[in-house]
Design a protein around this ligand. Sequence first.
Ligand SMILES: [Zn+2]
Length: 287
Amino acid sequence: MVASGNPKSLNDLAPTNGRADHGGFSMIYPVNDQNYGENVLGCDDAEWRTRVDLAAAYRLCHRYGFSEGVNNHLTAEVPGQKDRFLVFPFGLLWNEVTASNLLLVDLDGNVLKGEGQPEATAFWIHSRIHQLRPNTGAVFHTHQPEITSLACLEDFELPMIHQNSLRFYNDVAYDTYDGLVLDKSEGDRLAKALGDKRILIHRNHGIMVCAETVAEAFDAVYYLEQAARITVKAMSTGRPLKIVPAAVAKQFKDTLRGTGAEVEYGRVLLEALKRDMLRGPEKDFIT
Ligand SMILES: [Zn+2]
């Protein structure tokens, strides 16, 4: 069975012939199919779709070098279910994650579905952030190298020097490293440090991204790494950075989020990369 379409399809936002008007510019979506494969668990559609997208995110983060051994974690809520979330079982490499081997766990750490256990920090931190942030359906924590290298600089704040950086204008919180904490207090502390931002740069450690959907969270980690890569290259010249004026950066960010374009770009990107995986050796992510 191939499940296609989505409760909010791309065409819902496209008045005519796949064109969507986002505040003065239009986008054309060449492909409107969304492939969720066969729901081999027989769970409800919303859970299966979240599983497929989250498994795709693990594989893609691995592909782009954002994973680190068997550590770090990406989690997602099934829409409408705040008392449980999906996470990979500890011990798998990220390129071994599939839609069906993800664990469904509750907020007390009980595994409701699947074999294995979540890693301890994955559970303690992510469970609290899912619980404490009402508009967060996906929480990604990585040590992806470009932005993490910048997080190891004294007093670093992401400079607004490129269009990719502007995606994160006024949307990044910074936190100091306090060592390894294996209880819920660390999740509470990180949620407080995040405040109303979507991105946390965890100094001497890595990043955390909180977004409404898996697609939005993946879009953020992807473009944050792109912005960081450009920043590292620009800083490596030793020349002064050319900072985009705050008013211009704000206009860019407000337009991208206010029109809904950022959300749509994220969905289109994830679907495109899922199609790419389905053509190659990573196609079992959807099983
Ligand atoms: Zn970490």
